[in-house]
Ligand binder design. Structure first.
Ligand SMILES: Nc1nc2c(ncn2[C@@H]2O[C@H](COP(=O)(O)OP(=O)(O)OP(=O)(O)O)[C@@H](O)[C@H]2O)c(=O)[nH]1
Ligand SMILES: [Mg+2]
Ligand SMILES: [Zn+2]
Length: 343
């Protein structure tokens, strides 16, 4: 008990210190904005958020004389958190630093919960989510399925991309082929490429042309390497896998948007360790498993948990192969990880 109280007191202190620090930063920020607004600010104009750095964002001018140029901007205090891909109204300041005045409504929003389980948008206005995986680090079907649920939930088209095809060998091929077969059978588009050797990169470019896409996936699967291969002038930092764990080393720390010369945009995002789905309900998860669409609502019991109930439409479909075992396992693990209130 004493220990728990101590922990609570420690937590309280940590939260207090963090709160004070955030308040000081906000105060500094608002006086910076006030100073700017007191000076000569340019006319309101449209901008695109290219990247986010703590309390500032990098904005690309979308119209007028400044079109295509980049500006660091402060945020007015009343604005919601902005993310890469947001369109904004901003005003240029005198020392190359501007002010964001408003955020335009998002067409789409890809979210994931942060380490405290709070919902955070990762990218705005994308129309394609490219789920990248590789032979190394070893792919997790469950993570891919979580991204698919998030994509279906957000109404964003997914593309499954196996990178590092040059690392496919006799050892890992059977498992990789089985994994790809699961998604091909569901009708999801699947591509195999190698950022290093260039195989499949033209097909990938053809899929990306004219779209606003975001690369997501585990750290170390080669998202930034793919951007470098598609846009050689970009030259992003890439990092080796850890020799100890074989996992990625979290090289990219902030999402960033790039334009394709022929039209379309691409957002590189930081890799993740795990992807919770705290913000979706059981019904959302079921809707995210597209092969369940014809089955949901056909179980004998209305509140069927598709566990071992008699007359369960999902279990029958599992039996005769219309639902694949691997997907059923993912479904169960995702449901088990949801907060109890969403059951
Ligand atoms: N063999 C091989 N290695 C690759 C390929 N693409 C990337 N890599 C290597 O994989 C490692 C990770 O690449 P990154 O591009 O940094 O991976 P990332 O997904 O951006 O990682 P985070 O930024 O941490 O999320 C680097 O050592 C790359 O050289 C590929 O096609 N083949
Ligand atoms: Mg990266
Ligand atoms: Zn059922």
């Amino acid at each position: 008990m004493a220990k728990r109280q101590l922990n609570r007191r420690q937590n309280w202190r940590i939260e207090k210190i963090q709160g004070e620090r955030a308040a000081r930063a906000a105060k500094r920020e608002s006086s910076a904005v006030e100073a700017l607004e007191g000076g000569d600010l340019g006319a309101e104009q449209l901008g695109l958020v290219i990247a986010h750095f703590g309390v500032q964002v990098e904005v690309e001018a979308q119209e007028g004389e400044l079109k295509g140029q980049m500006f660091r901007c402060h945020l007015r205090a009343n604005l919601p958190a902005l993310v890469t891909g947001d369109t904004v109204v901003w005003r240029a300041g005198n020392q190359g630093i501007g002010v964001i005045v408003a955020q335009l409504p998002r067409k789409t929003e890809l979210c994931r919960p942060d380490s405290r389980g709070q919902l955070k948008p990762v990218a705005a206005n994308v129309d394609m989510i490219v789920i990248v995986f590789a032979p190394m680090p070893e792919p997790h079907a469950n993570l891919i399925d979580r991204y698919l649920v998030a994509a279906e939930h957000a109404g964003i088209r997914p593309l499954l991309l196996l990178n590092k095809a040059d690392l496919i060998d006799d050892q890992n091929a059977p498992a990789l082929n089985a994994l790809l077969a699961v998604y091909r059978q569901l009708g999801y588009p699947v591509l195999e490429v190698s950022a290093h050797h260039g195989d499949g990169m033209e097909q990938l470019q053809a899929q990306l042309d004219g779209h606003i896409s975001v690369f997501v996936g585990q750290s170390g699967v080669g998202k930034s390497s793919l951007v470098n291969s598609l846009l050689p002038e970009v030259n992003l930092r890439v990092g080796p896998l850890s020799e100890v764990s074989g996992q990625g080393t979290h090289t990219t720390t902030t999402a960033r948007l790039f334009h394709f010369p022929g039209g379309g945009d691409l957002i590189d995002s930081p890799g993740i360790r795990e992807f919770g789905l705290g913000h979706v309900s059981r019904a959302d998860v079921e809707a995210g498993f597209i092969e369940f669409n014809d089955l949901i609502g056909r179980c004998r019991f209305r509140d069927c948990k598709h566990d071992r109930e008699p007359g369960c439409a999902l279990l029958m479909a599992l039996e005769d192969g219309r639902v694949q075992q691997q997907r059923m396992n993912s479904y169960r693990s995702i449901i088990a990880s949801l907060p109890e209130s969403s059951y």
